[in-house]
Design a protein around this ligand. Structure first.
Ligand SMILES: Cc1cc2nc3c(=O)[nH]c(=O)nc-3n(C[C@H](O)[C@H](O)[C@H](O)COP(=O)(O)OP(=O)(O)OC[C@H]3O[C@@H](n4cnc5c(N)ncnc54)[C@H](O)[C@@H]3O)c2cc1C
Length: 300
């Protein structure tokens, strides 16, 4: 999950450059990003603005016509320190979403530095750290699209990103179910296999059903995003919320079916539960997903 999610964030950044970047930016970056010769990180969250991302305070001020000077910090950045390119959402204008622009910052730029690798509950296969900008000077040509469009780009990137975060969660939960199925066929208690208890059978049936429901909603949302339907963002939010909550619950049931062994690192299920937990938090918390869905249905 952590590896797949790492790739999905890189893909989201590449998609943003492909969709909104100029011809030169696309020609320069995309071949390297697609081949993964270069890796990109997505920089939206700040220490003081998470769910309220439009309140971000990292600034990029013009330095003549040819450069911006960036000051501020980004928190929780996946791949920070490892990635070659940082797709940065920063403030070039007024307060709120309309004052935000997207800049490309290359690793090695003077004034760019990274915090310590955060110690996390899960997702330990990839680094997460603070990204600091201190009088970090980048060419004005590194701006993606016009000034003031950055928040829109960031949100559009997250539509697809949320589907991928959900897909990674679904894969993790399926892995947990597969492991539980194998385990209950082998482990015996009270002279029977665990699989022979009706409670076990009913739990497994619910897990299978819940994952089928996840798959159906996720595919429906993906089809809507591909077709650019007006309700695509709502579906992406619904799928992200439902799939990541359900996948976590399914993995927890798999752990329970393993008894005490599920709690041991040897059986891998505890890692799946730990890795899945963050899917309910990042790329917009599941509460923020509910805000998006309720806003859409109440406005009509
Ligand atoms: C491992 C990891 C990797 C990450 N990777 C990245 C990355 O690569 N790039 C990036 O930009 N960010 C990344 N993030 C940041 C992530 O997107 C944020 O943590 C997330 O958006 C929540 O922001 P926050 O942590 O500041 O929580 P807060 O916004 O402070 O929220 C705290 C709680 O309050 C709730 N809440 C907030 N506002 C409301 C409201 N209006 N109504 C109801 N409830 C509300 C939230 O749902 C949450 O439960 C990552 C986070 C983690 C943990």
């Amino acid at each position: 999950m952590a590896t797949a999610a790492f790739l999905s964030i890189h893909n989201m950044c590449s998609w943003m450059i492909d969709s909104f970047g100029g011809a030169e930016q696309r020609a320069h970056w995309l071949p390297k990003l697609v081949s993964m010769e270069k890796i990109a990180s997505y920089c939206l969250t700040e220490p003081g603005s998470g769910s309220d991302a439009a309140a971000l305070r990292t600034t990029a001020k013009p330095d003549g016509n040819a450069h911006y000077v960036i000051n501020g910090s980004k928190a929780f950045i996946s791949g920070a320190g490892f990635s070659d390119l940082y797709v940065l959402m920063c403030r070039t204008g007024e307060d709120g979403p309309k004052g935000i622009s997207t800049l490309l910052v290359e690793n090695g730029a003077a004034g760019l530095s990274f915090g310590k690798n955060e110690k996390k509950m899960g997702w330990r296969a990839q680094p997460t750290a603070i990204v600091n900008f201190e009088d970090c000077k980048v060419p004005a040509d590194n701006r993606v699209g016009p000034e003031g469009e950055g928040f829109k780009y960031a949100m559009k990137g997250l539509d697809g990103g949320r589907l991928n975060i959900a897909a990674c969660a679904l894969g993790g939960a399926q892995d947990a179910l597969d492991r539980a199925l194998a385990y209950v066929k082998e482990r015996k208690q009270f002279g029977k296999r665990l699989a022979d208890f009706q409670n076990t059978q009913f739990v497994l049936a619910d897990m299978e059903t819940e994952l089928a429901a996840c798959r159906t909603l996720l595919h429906a949302a993906a089809r809507k995003l591909d077709a650019k339907t007006p309700d695509a963002s709502k579906y992406c939010a619904m799928a992200k919320r439902f799939v990541t909550d359900t996948a976590f619950a399914v993995a927890d049931k798999a752990l329970q079916l393993h008894g005490g062994y599920g709690y041991l690192a040897d059986y891998e299920v505890e890692r799946i539960v730990r890795d899945l937990r963050v899917h309910r938090i990042l790329e917009g918390t599941n509460e923020v997903m509910r805000m998006i869905v309720s806003r859409e249905i109440l406005k009509s």
